[in-house]
Design a protein around this ligand. Structure first.
Ligand SMILES: NC(=O)c1ccc[n+]([C@@H]2O[C@H](COP(=O)([O-])OP(=O)(O)OC[C@H]3O[C@@H](n4cnc5c(N)ncnc54)[C@H](OP(=O)(O)O)[C@@H]3O)[C@@H](O)[C@H]2O)c1
Length: 328
């Protein structure tokens, strides 16, 4: 392939996965403060699906009101720096880097450019590009559940949806902070979730966690958005917090986050993710300490991107789904 060209996933409108095409496009050129990255692995995650469909609608204020601002999707990456702009101070050619931005990075391509000031850092030598890519988006959202509360060692936390990218990272991060974790998952993933350190596992095909009678929790984190505050309130200690990764069936969760602190002792928090750099440095530290291992479900080549999106959109992936770009 001409060295000024690259393969990329492209789309020109919002819609389902089959609007995605693989095309040969111009390789981006880094501006003075940017680096050029050869992407080796990226994920297809739930944020990518939301950006693909343009749903919920509010997302379009960030990604393009009538059509996507960026024709190339992708929100995270792990790769190697191939060139640096003349003002770049923090990165060198040849360094292995990882990063993400949930508003879009155009990382579903062989090459991408990124400002050195964005959420990007070098990653530990002992992990692969695939492991690095799988440690980003879900782990970032997981950390945003934890940094919205004042978690203390020994406190009891229930995680629903413990097998997703967010849930599987959340269980590990909660254990790192010394919490006692009850994780809710499907029968097929009980052993996996135990291996991530959960103290108690509830198989949702056998037992409804909202009906348990022998335990109260300081925090209930629904990482798959299948429950409601009304269902879970009974399970919370006074002062306890419920948080969900979804808006809720009636988009009630952000509203409850505003009114429950005024109305009573049990609160809702909405985990809006804010500081991406802080999350990235936390994830890097955890990975270096050997305290976090991403769960990888399936890997697809770039050419199979439509299948990858269809699988992720099914809501049944376990952990992370990788797109690999080893072939130049
Ligand atoms: N707030 C945000 O900005 C934001 C950003 C990204 C994602 N999200 C949302 O966060 C959620 C999780 O995303 P994700 O990527 O971590 O995972 P995901 O791909 O949505 O998978 C969630 C996991 O939940 C499990 N699950 C499905 N139905 C369940 C149920 N009824 N009860 C308990 N678990 C169930 C599934 O596994 P098993 O059934 O096999 O156990 C699956 O592994 C999604 O709803 C997504 O839309 C929100």
């Amino acid at each position: 392939m001409n060295s000024n060209k690259m393969k990329a996933v492209v789309r020109s409108k919002y819609g389902p996965p089959d609007i995605l095409k693989i095309e040969t496009v111009e390789k981006p050129i880094p501006k003075d403060h940017e680096v050029l990255i050869r992407v080796y692995a990226t994920t297809v995650n739930r944020t990518d699906c939301a950006i693909l469909w343009g749903k919920p609608f509010i997302m379009k204020f960030f990604t393009g009101l009538f059509k996507p601002n960026d024709p190339i999707p992708g929100t995270d990456f792990a790769g190697r720096i191939e060139a640096v702009g003349k003002n770049v101070k923090s990165f060198k050619v040849g360094e292995k880097v990882w990063g993400f931005d949930d508003n879009g990075l155009s990382s579903h391509a062989q090459y991408m450019t990124l400002s050195e000031n964005k959420a990007m850092t070098t990653f530990p030598d002992h992990i692969t590009y695939e492991q690095a890519a799988a440690s980003l988006e879900g782990a970032h959202y997981a950390y945003n559940f934890i940094n919205k509360v004042k978690l203390k060692p020994g406190q009891k936390v229930l995680v629903n949806g413990a097998t997703g990218a967010i849930g599987s990272a959340l269980v590990q991060q909660l254990k790192f902070f010394g919490a006692s974790v009850t994780a809710v998952c499907n029968t097929k993933n009980v052993a996996l979730i135990q291996s991530l350190g959960a103290d108690r596992v509830i198989d949702y095909t056998q037992e409804d966690f909202t009906a348990i009678a022998d335990q109260k929790y300081h925090y209930i984190f629904d990482a798959v958005g299948k429950s409601s505050f009304a269902q879970c309130k009974r399970l919370l200690h006074p002062g306890g917090v419920y948080a969900s990764s979804e808006l809720g069936a009636m988009a009630q969760n952000p509203v409850l986050a505003l009114i429950t602190p005024i109305l009573g002792k049990k609160k809702v928090k909405f985990p809006i993710p804010l500081d991406k750099k802080e999350s990235l440095l936390f994830i890097k530290n955890l990975t270096e300490e050997g305290e976090f291992k991403p769960v990888i479900d399936r890997k697809y080549s770039l050419e199979k991107v439509v299948e990858a999106y269809q699988y992720v959109a099914s809501g049944q992936k376990t952990g992370n789904v990788i797109l690999t770009m080893e072939e130049a």
